[in-house]
Design a protein around this ligand. Structure first.
Ligand code: LLP
Length: 411
């Protein structure tokens, strides 16, 4: 993130001192750069000028973030009624919303039908039937794509691979033609698209080539069979840099890789990027509470826990950590751990870190995606405050919670 830099030894994001923000708003604190997010949406729009970019709201559902991407021309990829609500609140045009998910409830389906979204990405035969019944009851015709599982290995973490045969998502590509024929006979559905999503944090474009080849073959078959396929939705998943030495594909690399395969495709392309829009826009600021040296093991104990950022605990994810005030001293090998009563409550294990002291602030990088969005109240910990910084200005986009709020729904 080019908006993250040290100025006179102090870390700034998008022109704002992170130390000053930590002092004013307390920690743990999520801070996102608006400039960075805008640049990312623009990179997608430049690489895919005629495509519809549907931002995957699951990565970061803050309505101000959704609004920002919307203002850059993006739509939304949603997976729940709640995400539909958040997107509509943010002013996203329903005609730019696509809805995936294996377990849509009747209530969610009704809500999305009455909002007149662009299309449902349907994941099973039974969902086709239920959608048709609900549409009939509502006297509406519903646009759908079938989520096809191309059985491609995205070479990423197994928990975030979604396009392989054994996963719960989509219908097997071998089964797809049959499902399309079935859907064609349901009179309240209008079959308009093909959807696929192969996984997340994909660092190589070759799995996309493989997947797009497979769905383009299906596209041509369906067109020949008389289907009016107007949308080809290839999902999200482009990976980002978590380690300084890593390299990641850009939207333009993806465009270059797949455009030859798409040359005879008339349908509009849809992409659903989440992480690659917001991931590197954000940092999580945390304060060092204690240091603990057990001789064989050193710990830096901070005030952000797995309830604030669960990725290290559940995916063994690496997040780079740097001090907010630059240190020139020694490096230590340490675990950076949170205050929660679980051994899995860590932000980093065996990390080489500049020596820090009690009260120092640390920035946990690349936490704009699946950071706050996956946070919880575990241990009755109020969720963090979120700030948006933009060319030297900043504002609160989510207030820090307090105990009363957490317990306000209990009776
Ligand atoms: N479209 C669909 C249908 C998806 O399931 C996902 C992500 C996306 C788009 C957006 O993928 P992205 O561009 O963000 O990679 N919590 C995990 C990631 C889970 C991704 C789930 N699906 C993590 O923290 O790594």
């Amino acid at each position: 993130n080019k908006y993250l830099e040290y100025r006179n030894g102090e870390l700034y994001l998008d022109g704002v001192s992170l130390k000053a923000l930590a002092e004013e708003f307390g920690t743990p604190l999520y801070v996102y750069s608006a400039s960075y997010i805008r640049d990312r949406v623009r990179a997608y729009r430049k690489a895919f000028p005629t495509a519809l970019i549907c931002y995957a709201v699951k990565a970061n559902f803050n309505p101000q973030i959704i609004k920002l991407v919307k203002e850059e021309g993006a739509g939304a990829d949603i997976v729940s009624g709640g995400e539909l609500y958040a997107s509509l609140q943010a002013g996203v045009d329903p005609k730019k919303i696509v809805y995936a998910g294996v377990g849509k409830t009747p209530k969610e389906i009704e809500y999305a039908i009455s909002s007149d979204i662009l299309m449902f990405n349907v994941e099973s035969r039974m969902e086709l039937e239920v959608l048709d019944q609900i549409a009939e009851r509502m006297g509406k015709k519903v646009r759908i794509a079938i989520r096809v599982n191309p059985d491609v290995d995205p070479k990423t973490h197994p928990y975030i691979s979604t396009g392989m045969k054994k996963s719960k998502f989509g219908v097997d590509i071998k089964q797809a033609k049959e499902e399309y024929e079935y859907a064609r006979n349901l009179k309240n559905l209008e079959v308009v698209g093909i959807h696929c999503h192969i996984g997340s944090q994909i660092l190589d474009v070759s799995p996309y080539i493989e997947a797009v080849e497979k769905i383009v073959e299906l596209y041509h078959y369906l067109i020949k069979s008389g289907f009016d396929i107007r949308y080809l939705d290839i999902g999200g998943g482009l990976g980002i840099k978590y380690k300084p030495e890593q390299s990641n594909p850009e939207p333009s690399d993806l465009a270059e890789a797949i455009s030859p395969i798409l040359k005879d495709v008339k349908a509009k392309l849809i992409l659903e990027p989440g992480r690659s829009i917001v991931g590197n826009s954000g940092v999580l600021i945390t304060r060092v509470e204690f240091l603990k040296d057990k001789g064989h093991k050193h710990f830096v104990i901070v005030d952000a826990g797995m309830n604030d950022l669960i990725r290290p605990a559940i995916y063994d994810a690496y997040h780079h950590i740097v001090p907010v005030e630059k240190r020139d001293g020694r490096y230590i090998k340490t675990d950076v751990v949170g205050p929660i009563c679980e051994t899995g409550d860590f932000l980093a294990l065996d990390r080489e870190l500049p020596e820090v002291g009690r009260g120092d602030y640390l920035a946990v990088l690349s936490t704009g995606a699946y950071g706050f969005a996956m946070s919880s109240h575990y241990n009755v910990r109020p969720r963090a405050c979120e700030l948006l910084v933009d060319e030297g200005k900043y504002r609160v986009i989510r207030k820090r919670e307090d105990y009363t709020y957490i317990l306000s729904l209990n009776s």
